[in-house]
Design a protein around this ligand. Structure first.
Ligand code: ACK
Length: 745
């Protein structure tokens, strides 16, 4: 039989024409060549792929020829310390195939080298580096303060057949500062009856200069009851004062100015058993030997005119070593953190004492230098541009440890940054008021730059209120504001202008006492994420700043009063963002035109009036802090004055009403606003498809979503999840405000 027959009959066999093929004998007709293929001659058994098109090994001859995909699109990165999350959208041209997967190529580009190099085996890719099916990836274990370049290639079943380079989307990032990685190798060097010597390796990723190591140890199974810590500046230490014949657990971690790394795996060591008891004959023999030895020694010493005591010869060898280590150069290898005062000489931890330059004359006399060894950092509680904030304990001789917050300047600072950073301490050190954060001291020796303050259990006021939305009585809220007002009255009496008073810069302790914080030269300029550059130069937290200070940089106690009014609004609105999602430009122009923030839900009229007074256009007409405190005191004394609530409106001025969702209209909620409009308004439009795929077709449905629902849509970036959930919450609040006032307990 003629396999290429188009027709069989009297004329015999007619071969398939050009553009047709027949792959196997049979009665079927010749088939047209599939897309992107052709037959080079009549009677073709298969069609060849056009130039730049291919057929994968398992593709049947009847399938279209395909080509490699184009590059993925919309690659976005989100850096978190030394990890980065990458997300992208599929290529616009999948090459005619549905088997597109992605590979990640990681290259790091050290500042010192003019070229990039492969990232190395330590880098972790989650879920994997190649053959990714989903369009996102987490890359972890990167080096801190390093430039990286990530290439995301799209490949399909024919990519390997093409000689063309693969198409990739590229993103360049710089990692941030991070705590050191875990100490992984820890060894026992020696174990005596009462001491254990340890040796370990520097963590693989120090991510900065290692300031010290912390050795935590405890009797096995007794960690909960008590544990002790030692500090070491090298990678070995001897732990003394242990019980003989006891099993101990040891863990080591490194600390840099970025904070502490994770503790190493636990290592168990048993101290030596007590010496066995000797029989009488042995004891007599030992005594005789000792007496003979002593007599000889005495004679020798008398001959040498006795210039040192010999009792040390009977001391525990470890104790002697410890004494030596703490008394001689080079600097001590380790230091017990909780040793009783007076037992050991006060250690000089860092060899080069360094005095920092003060920004004014006042400086040094208002700050107290704290030995780094007296601070025991336990965890990182926050971070800013200039470094991390840690929770720790400060050892005070003869007293119980004091919980403290430690602000550490990040590694790689310039001399100016260090001076500005420490200026906060020299300013704070001059204040002494129950509503101003108290300075415990500074650590400035060597390369260290830390500010140690009292610890405020409930953190910053804005975050605290957001997590306790609606949970306080009006009286409690007014009490908090009274504290902030009293702190500000004290500062203004001293002639100090804060310039960045905002709920985020007020800290709350366990008794709900609010204290003003964040002083110093660098804070407004660098650290405040809400500060924006203005045309008059410098960075200003627009939403909190009086118009004259924005326009002419005329900061004064009266401009602090304006900011206090905004803090009042933040407190009554439980941490809501002032002016919602209006842009800074819109805030400036609407305030200029006379718009003022409306009363938050359930806000007493008297409090909103006080806010409006603080926002008087003419700064001379604004109340002084002393008057503000008096008004708040009067309100606290007569609670009935707080009963009348102001008229509620949660909307920005009409010109910017786009950001105020009218949720009353329409059965689905949202009054005609689509899910897409809403996502666009919060700059999350990239997730339109996610919401559509999840079946969320109206804002009414979106309003019922919770965190789990948002994650289920495949939105992996934490920041984006938060943004979306925050906006949903705001919309719900707007809806509630149109239905009735917030209930204060
Ligand atoms: O809201 P938070 O927990 O409170 O997160 C921020 C973070 O550090 C960065 O500023 C917290 N923080 C700052 N100073 C202190 C302090 N003295 N006591 C407790 N937390 C503090 C703040």
């Amino acid at each position: 039989m003629c396999v290429q027959c188009r027709l069989r009959g009297a004329a015999g066999c007619l071969s398939c024409e050009l553009g047709f093929y027949k792959s196997a004998p049979g009665d079927q007709l010749c088939a047209r060549c599939p897309p992107h293929s052709h037959s080079a001659a009549p009677a073709a058994q298969a069609c060849h792929c056009d130039l730049s098109y291919y057929r994968a090994a398992l593709d049947p001859p009847s399938s279209a020829c395909t080509r490699p995909p184009s590059a993925p699109v919309n690659l976005i990165s989100s850096v978190n310390g030394t990890s980065v999350t990458l997300e992208w959208a599929p290529p616009l041209d999948p090459g005619g195939r549905s088997d597109v997967t992605y590979n990640a190529v990681c290259r790091r580009c050290p500042w010192a080298l003019s070229r990039c190099e492969a990232c190395g085996s330590g880098t972790r890719f989650v879920p994997q580096q190649t053959s990714l099916v989903q369009a996102s990836l987490l890359v972890a274990n990167l080096l801190a303060h390093m430039n990286y370049s990530f290439w995301i290639e799209a490949v399909n079943g024919v990519s390997d057949l093409s000689p063309e380079p693969r198409r990739a989307a590229v993103v360049n990032i710089t990692t941030n500062q991070a705590a050191p990685s875990q100490v992984v190798v820890i060894r026992q060097e020696r174990a005596g009856q009462t001491s254990v010597s340890l040796l370990w390796q520097e963590p693989e990723q120090p991510n900065g200069i290692i300031l010290e190591y912390e050795i935590k140890y405890y009797e096995k199974d007794k960690e909960m009851q008590s544990y002790s810590t030692l500090k070491a500046v090298t990678t070995r230490a001897t732990v003394s004062g242990l019980k003989p014949g006891t099993r101990y657990v040891f863990q080591v971690r490194a600390r840099t100015s970025a904070g502490c790394g994770r503790f190493s795996q636990a290592m168990e060591v048993e101290t030596g058993k007590p010496r066995p008891r000797y029989d009488t004959r042995t004891i007599v023999w030992i005594c005789l030997t000792l007496i003979t030895g002593l007599v000889v020694l005495l004679l020798l010493l008398i001959c040498k005119k006795r210039h040192c005591g010999y009792s040390k010869a009977f001391q525990d060898s470890d104790e002697e070593k410890m004494h030596y280590q703490n008394g001689q150069a080079p600097p001590p290898v380790f230091l017990p953190l909780h040793h009783p005062p007076g037992k050991l000489p006060e250690p000089q931890f860092y060899a080069e004492p360094h005095t920092y330059e003060e920004p004014g004359r006042a400086g040094r006399s208002f700050t107290r230098e704290i030995e780094a060894s007296r601070i025991h950092i336990e965890k990182i509680i926050g971070s800013g541009e200039s470094g991390e904030v840690c929770y720790g304990r400060l050892q005070v001789p003869g007293q119980r440890d004091v919980p403290v917050a430690i602000k550490a300047l990040k590694a790689g600072y310039t001399e100016r940054q260090r001076r500005d950073f420490l200026s906060e301490a020299s300013i704070m050190g001059q204040f002494d008021h129950p509503n101003i954060i108290r300075l415990e001291g500074v650590v400035t020796r060597g390369r260290l730059a830390m500010i140690v303050t009292e610890y405020m259990e409930n953190g910053s006021l804005d975050a605290f209120l957001r997590t306790h939305d609606g949970q306080f009585t009006i009286m409690q809220l007014v009490g908090m504001l009274r504290g902030v007002g009293a702190g500000m009255r004290y500062l203004s009496d001293l002639g100090y202008v804060h310039r960045d008073l905002a709920a985020r810069n007020v800290l709350v302790d366990s008794n709900l006492v609010c204290k003003v914080s964040d002083f110093g030269l660098s804070r407004v300029l660098e650290d405040d994420p809400d500060a924006a550059y203005t045309t008059t130069g410098g960075k200003i937290p627009i939403r909190w700043t009086a118009p004259e200070a924005i326009a002419f940089r005329t900061f004064s106690s009266a401009s602090d009063v304006w900011s206090f009014g905004v803090v009042m609004w933040e407190v009554l609105a439980y941490g809501e963002r002032p002016y919602w999602n209006m842009t800074n430009r819109d805030v400036i122009s609407s305030v200029e035109e006379g718009y003022r923030l409306p009363a938050p839900m359930g806000c007493p009229r008297a409090l909103h009036q006080l806010m409006l007074d603080c926002w008087h256009k003419d700064r001379a007409q604004r109340p002084r802090f002393s008057q503000i405190v008096s008004v708040l005191d009067a309100l606290i004394r007569s609670p009935e004055s707080l009963r009348a609530t102001a008229t509620v409106s949660r909307c920005p001025p009409p010109a910017f009403a786009r950001s105020c969702f009218d949720l009353r209209g329409g059965s689905g909620g949202g009054g005609g606003l689509t899910v897409g409009d809403w996502l666009d308004s919060i700059r999350m439009g990239r997730y339109r498809d996610h919401f559509a795929a999840g079946g969320y077709s109206s804002l009414g449905m979106v309003l019922r979503m919770n965190a789990q629902d948002v994650r289920a849509l495949g939105i992996t970036l934490m920041g984006h999840q938060k943004k979306i959930l925050g906006s949903i919450q705001t919309m719900r609040a707007q809806l509630t405000s149109t239905q009735g006032p917030r209930r204060h307990l």
